[in-house]
Design a protein around this ligand. Structure first.
Ligand SMILES: N[C@@H](CCC[C@H](N)C(=O)O)C(=O)O
Length: 269
């Protein structure tokens, strides 16, 4: 079976998007998603995105990290899918229902209400998630948020100076995080700007992480470090994050279609 795909990215965080809203595909097993994401032997991407029919929303978006694991949310892919769909839409994800509004060259996405309870992150045992009494090397006292997926956020003097390639995997797989975790290191530039690097669970260092930007912004806002609207500057570019009065997070930024192609399903199954 020949399967069409769209290669897309949001700030350099890249995706293979499979659209099964019309003709369904066989079940996308984790090993198949990982093979498609492989940058040497597959198409190559940080996440594989599968669009399907939904009974509760306009359609359903499923997200698979490059290690094949299925997860609850992806901010950058949400904007890419908004661009692909080309009209406002309510989208079912494993992390909750989100709302897409495409705009010129990108999208604004209602990412829902963040959760801060220890068992919603989830953590292995109760603790204050605003300033967690834990540390790994020189990274200490992170905050945590679940924005459809789990994040810890460390505020540091210079996020570029952090050895995220070694500390990231250590923190991601620490038993404190039973579902593993996305690791954010952030520097507050001023009350309207944050610089951020992210070690993504199941994908490693990426050029940008939309949910990481959302989680970092709301943790910084809870600590009183920034205003309710901030620019989050990632290696791949900037996103605007607004934590609205109704408690919902709005993320705005660009998305790009790179190319379209097709592959033989049996080569990966
Ligand atoms: N790149 C994404 C996040 C993808 C999922 C994440 N790695 C997880 O495991 O939760 C984004 O832009 O938010």
């Amino acid at each position: 079976m020949r399967v069409p795909f769209t290669k897309m990215h949001g700030l350099g965080n890249d995706f293979v998007v499979l659209d099964a809203r019309g003709d369904p595909l066989p079940e996308l097993e984790p090993r198949v998603a990982a093979a498609l994401a492989d940058r040497r032997e597959g198409i190559g991407c940080d996440q594989v995105i599968l669009l399907e029919k939904s009974e509760s929303a306009d359609f359903r978006m499923r997200i698979f990290n490059s290690d094949g694991g299925e997860v609850g949310a992806c901010g950058n892919a949400s904007r890419a899918v908004a661009l692909l769909h080309g009209a406002p839409a309510r989208v079912e994800t494993a992390g909750g229902t989100i709302a897409l509004e495409p705009s010129d060259g990108g999208a604004s996405v209602d990412m829902g209400v963040p959760r801060f309870e220890w068992d919603a992150i989830p953590l292995d045992y109760p603790m204050d998630t605003l300033r967690m009494p834990v540390g790994w090397g020189y990274l200490e006292e992170p905050g945590a948020a679940n924005v459809g997926n789990p994040h810890v956020v460390f505020f540091v003097a210079d996020s570029d100076a952090i050895a995220l390639d070694s500390l990231g995997p250590e923190i991601e797989t620490d038993p404190l995080f039973p579902e593993r975790v996305n690791v954010n290191v952030a520097t507050i530039v001023d009350r309207t700007r944050i610089r951020l690097r992210v070690w993504e669970r199941g994908a490693g260092l990426t050029r940008a992480c939309g949910t990481g930007a959302c989680a970092t912004a709301v943790v910084a806002m809870r600590r009183g470090l920034v205003e309710r609207e901030v620019a989050v500057e990632l290696p791949g570019g900037a996103l605007t994050i607004l934590w609205q009065e109704d408690g919902r997070i709005r993320m705005t930024g660009p998305a790009t279609e790179s190319y379209r192609g097709s592959f033989e399903w049996d080569d990966y199954a």
